[in-house]
Write a protein of this length. Structure first.
Length: 418
């Protein structure tokens, strides 16, 4: 059995990634739907929809549904992002078709009662409160709103109390019907499984879906945003971001290595300079945040408020230095070694493989052999990394600070340099 992408006659795609040496499978159904497609007045409905998934489905109530998956030793969960909603499971190999059946029940035969809906609104409110209480979660929500003002990408995935108040069972059904289109669904499985049985289940449960007119997505319009929130905390929490590349772009490979060299690990420039040599931070990290039509190179740092401006200046200067000189040869080779190792580690995890295949299908409409990805990483040159840093600096910077006022001056370090 080989890696394969099956297309059902109606357009539903099924990614099959066999790992026959395992005894289990990771599988799920991913929809191209999330906060990006929400009307402003019902912001948070995609996440609330996911919460309602486990209130019972098909012939089972909530308890029976939970017992059904655990009776076979499996686990099932769900997650919502800006662009995708996932319903996924991990089971022993022979129960993969059964788990897919359960997920199909969630999508096609959910139990939605008004009382349950109101309870889940309360649960989401607690989740929202928890996120507000955690500074290194809250600062990213602030950053997202400053970066994408007055557009879906800038609204919180969890919604707000006033927007969720408008959501009824009828609203859920309307949102469900609008987005349950075959071209917006990818079924993915990685691990050990019976190919014919799994494909048969996918066809039986999903082949009835009818194509729908495409839904327009508001294009990302990143801004040179700035946001601060004063809180009585011990630390200042900082997030800075610069233009990167969309998730499906080949520019992502140079950016991946730039991020690793810049602040990705313990040998990175920022970790060594800011933490190891100067002791200015407890945490500092560089990462890529990508969407279908936009992407960012970003830095998070947590530090004492009195150190925030110095930290920001070092971050600014180190990125400028990479844009001017590019990476040293040993830095580039080390970043490639890290990228290759992380990819190989992911290859050993069926859940990571199943999700990676989903991204490939949604973004490129094909499956990529991991040797192709490795070749693209290996082909990145120092000039490519330098060009990625230059492109980042040429675009709008977004900067956010949360914590005592003494740390807010970090944002001025960037303002003065622009």
């Amino acid at each position: 059995m080989e890696l394969d992408l099956i297309r059902l006659p109606n357009g539903v795609r099924v990614a099959l990634d066999p790992m026959p040496e395992l005894g289990t499978a990771a599988l799920g159904v991913w929809q191209r739907v999330g906060a990006r497609w929400e009307p402003a007045e019902i912001n948070g409905i995609a996440h609330l929809f996911e919460h309602m998934a486990f209130k019972g489905a098909g012939s089972r109530d909530a308890r029976q549904f939970a017992e059904a998956i655990e009776n076979v030793g499996g686990v099932v969960n769900a997650a919502t992002s800006y662009e995708r909603t996932a319903y996924y499971a991990r089971v022993v190999a022979e129960h993969a078709p059964f788990a897919l059946d359960l997920i199909a029940d969630i999508l096609f035969e959910p139990h939605w009662a008004p009382d349950d809906l109101e309870k889940e609104k309360g649960v989401v409110a607690q989740e929202r409160g928890e996120g507000f209480d955690v500074p290194d979660d809250r600062v990213f929500e602030l950053h997202q709103g400053a970066l994408y003002p007055d557009q879906p990408l800038g609204r919180p995935i969890l919604g707000e109390e006033e927007t969720l108040a408008h959501v009824s069972v009828e609203t859920l059904h309307a949102f469900h019907d609008a987005h349950m289109a075959p071209e917006r669904i990818v079924i993915s499985i990685a691990g050990a499984f019976d190919r014919d049985a799994f494909v048969e289940t996918a066809a039986r449960r999903f082949a009835h879906l009818k194509p729908r007119p495409p839904l327009l997505m508001t294009p990302a319009r990143p801004a040179a945003g700035r946001a601060v929130e004063t809180r009585k905390l011990e630390q200042a929490h900082l997030v800075f971001s610069w233009p990167g590349a969309a998730a499906g772009s080949d520019r992502i490979y140079a950016l991946r290595l730039l991020s690793e060299i810049f602040g990705g690990g313990m040998s990175s420039r920022l970790f060594q300079e800011v933490r190891e040599q100067r002791g200015l931070v407890y945490a500092i990290d560089s990462f890529l945040d990508t969407f279908e039509d936009d992407g960012r190179l970003a830095i998070y740092a947590g530090c004492a408020p009195q150190n925030a401006t110095t930290v920001a200046e070092i971050v600014r200067d180190q990125l400028a230095l990479l844009a001017q000189q590019g990476p040293r040869p040993e830095e580039l080779e080390r970043a490639k070694a890290v990228a290759r190792a992380q990819m190989l580690m992911g290859l050993e995890a069926p859940s990571a493989r199943a999700e990676a295949r989903v991204g490939q299908v949604f973004l490129r409409d094909r499956l990529m052999d991991f040797s192709e990805i490795r070749a693209k990483l290996d082909a990145v040159t120092a000039d490519d990394v330098r060009a990625a840093a230059r492109a980042a600096l040429a675009g709008p910077l977004c900067a956010t600070a949360l914590g005592p006022k003494a740390g807010h001056g970090a944002l001025d370090a960037f303002k003065a340099s622009s």
